[in-house]
Design a protein around this ligand. Structure first.
Ligand SMILES: Cc1cc2nc3c(=O)[nH]c(=O)nc-3n(C[C@H](O)[C@H](O)[C@H](O)COP(=O)(O)OP(=O)(O)OC[C@H]3O[C@@H](n4cnc5c(N)ncnc54)[C@H](O)[C@@H]3O)c2cc1C
Length: 381
């Protein structure tokens, strides 16, 4: 049996997110893009409505929703604004390693408070000299009695200055490369944690991106996730949960860009007819529609696979690569369909083009997704 229909609960969830995006996110999206102000009030509203931390299990006070449910929310919030959506989704990325590898006590300590009160968290893996090549990180964690002492610098950390705590990947035994990394949970207020300036990014201005420096930061050994040496595995396993969410956000952006482009093509006339009547324009819209549909199906497949308890690394890479490339192409073509107005900051599509680019970069670049896909294919061949 193949069934693409959503349950009544999923439809209600999507409707709730759609209304929230239309009423609370989208109207404020351009203002946040211009000011770069972090959308704290919107995030707090989303949290109050139960649109954040949805995957925290009921045993820790959460809704225990699946990845597919999260994708439905992510597509809608991204349709409203991906800058605000990314700020919202940072929690999912920081929490995923705890879902994957946390003990009961760790889930109680770190996940339960996220649903009891409004809190944010960040995922700290990338560094100034290492992003795609995670083994190139330099952050070190040295065990001293019952504590670990962390030293190093992280870069491009989403939500860093608003987070209560960080998931941090560090070497405990650099000689062992991937098997020498360990994962830690670090409260932001710990002495020695220093957050850098807000980066001036191309797009998604509402989101907060910063460097974080750790200088002799002491955390209890109980803050280590998994065993020493498990860090890389945990950090990558988290992506199996979150790449479908990021890919769903790319679909949301593409959908928004297509809606603008189709509307504009019906209104704008050239050579005596609406430009939608010119086949070159109509075909661009047709390509947008089919790629958005295909991207969403890949997103749903990747989410469904992990919700079934199966490994989804390959499907998540398909979804992330295809949806990110689709968002970029659709946004570019939307600018093209708007002509000169597409190039103006007074019209909405240039923002979508700027916002779209990062989908091909964060949570594993489009090249890294292709490496994952190729490896999976060759491993099976
Ligand atoms: C807005 C934003 C938010 C982010 N948020 C976070 C966050 O919250 N937490 C976090 O840890 N990180 C975050 N990142 C970092 C992001 O994950 C990295 O930027 C990304 O993984 C790429 O790493 P890099 O920038 O070091 O580029 P590099 O790894 O230096 O790559 C440079 C280029 O080389 C290509 N490349 C590298 N290796 C290969 C290869 N083997 N084969 C082919 N091509 C290759 C890449 O695809 C890319 O095009 C964020 C980044 C941005 C821009």
């Amino acid at each position: 049996m193949i069934d693409f229909s959503l349950s009544d609960e999923q439809k209600q969830l999507r409707e709730l997110a759609r209304e929230f995006a239309a009423q609370e996110i989208h109207p404020k999206s351009a203002a946040h893009d211009q000011s770069g102000e972090f959308p704290l009030a919107i995030l707090r509203q989303a949290w109050e409505l139960g649109l954040m931390n949805t995957h925290v299990p009921p045993a820790y006070g959460g809704l225990g929703l699946g990845v597919l449910d999260g994708c439905l929310l992510s597509e809608e919030t991204a349709w409203g604004c991906t800058g605000i959506g990314t700020a919202m989704e940072a929690n999912s990325l920081a929490e995923a390693p705890i879902l994957v590898a946390g003990t009961h006590e760790q889930k109680q300590q770190w996940l339960a408070p996220m649903v009891q009160e409004f809190r944010l968290a960040s995922y700290c893996v990338s560094e100034p000299d290492a992003g795609s090549d995670v083994a190139g990180i330099k952050t070190r964690a040295r065990q001293v009695g019952d504590t670990y002492v962390l030293n190093g610098e992280k870069m491009w950390i989403t939500g860093a200055s608003f987070a209560d705590w960080y998931f941090v990947l560090a070497y405990t035994d650099p000689g062992k490369k991937h098997r020498g990394m360990s994962a830690f949970l670090v409260p932001r207020q710990t002495p020695g944690v220093e957050v850098g300036k807000k980066e001036k990014n191309l797009g998604q201005h509402a989101s907060d991106t910063r460097a974080v420096r750790f200088t002799d930061v002491e955390v209890p050994a109980a803050n280590r996730l998994g065993q020493e040496g498990d860090g890389f595995k945990i950090a990558m396993a988290a992506f199996d949960h979150t790449r479908p969410l990021v890919a769903a956000a790319a679909v949301g952006l593409a959908r928004r860009a297509m809606e603008y482009a189709a509307q504009y093509a019906k209104e704008r006339t050239a050579f005596g007819v609406p430009i939608a009547k010119h086949q070159a324009i109509a075909f661009m819209i047709a390509d947008m529609a089919k790629d958005i549909e295909a991207a969403r199906l890949l997103v749903w497949l990747s989410a469904w696979t992990i919700d079934q308890g199966q490994r989804n690394t390959l499907q998540a890479a398909y979804a992330k690569a295809f949806a990110a490339d689709t968002a970029m192409r659709v946004a570019l073509d939307a600018v093209q369909i708007y002509g000169g107005y597409g190039y103006s900051t007074e019209y909405p599509v240039e923002k979508l083009m700027r916002d779209a680019k990062v989908f091909q970069i964060y949570e594993g670049t489009s090249q890294i997704q292709r490496l994952i896909i190729a490896k999976e294919i060759f491993d099976r061949a």
